[in-house]
Design a protein around this ligand. Sequence first.
Ligand SMILES: N[C@@H](CCC(=O)N[C@@H](CS)C(=O)NCC(=O)O)C(=O)O
Length: 274
Amino acid sequence: MLRSAVLRACASVRGWNGGVFAKRPEGSPHEFRGVTHPDLVLYEYEASPWCRRVRETLCVLDLEHTVRPCPRDTLRLEGAYGTASRYKAEVTQAGGRLLFPFLHDRTAGVALNQSAAIVAHLWEHYGLDAERPPLDGLLNGGLPKPLDFAALVGPSALRPWAECGLMLAPSRPADAPLVLHGCEPDGGTRLLREKLCMLQLAYRYKPRAASPGAAIPHLEDPNTGWASFGARDGLAYLEEAYQIGPCVGHLAGVPEPNLGDPGRTSWISSFLRP
Ligand SMILES: N[C@@H](CCC(=O)N[C@@H](CS)C(=O)NCC(=O)O)C(=O)O
């Protein structure tokens, strides 16, 4: 009850952005500069406000992509990670900084940090014939800075718990990526994204517009043949099939060895550092 109220509040902070696709001209084939399905890999974590901005854009542009979740090992040091992190090494290998979101567009041959640059890249490459929904424009540079920040941070601040796609939990790896059908503001989709993120399970994210009666979220696991609609079964399945330990808490220490950036700080890390 409380959870669904919070989920509804999270969605309403950003006015359901990401639940409505950009309109494309009548009869326009669903292709982007001749490419029907660009090969996009997003490294992100659910609780990061800046990652939300990019996930929304991918939904608005109806771009299927692969998510490789990079939840935090620790809040004490920015960019720190240990052997429990599954995908962070790929970010530096692809030329990125340990700062999320990070997009590797393997079709365009581009690797990008910074949410604003990623959003601009996606519109320039894959949204030229698309009509930007006014709300999406407003939430991407159309608001005064303090309001923009509040609208961005609101949905994360309403679910600040470590398990909500912020910190990692030990998990079994999956051979093939799972498949998630849903959209950014949908509460059930968010619950599944949070869990997939905490467990660092890669997935193909297939945007579905949010309409009354839309059959989302829908989760499939090609590794076992399991599939189901709705969040409740999906959460139980992921826990049973993949989780092998509790989520590390907000106060988790810097991992030893630290395979990431040795000395980056932020206001939150200076606050938490002993
Ligand atoms: N200005 C950047 C901010 C990105 C950012 O600060 N990301 C934080 C999470 S919200 C981060 O990745 N911190 C390092 C870490 O998680 O280790 C953007 O717009 O992408």
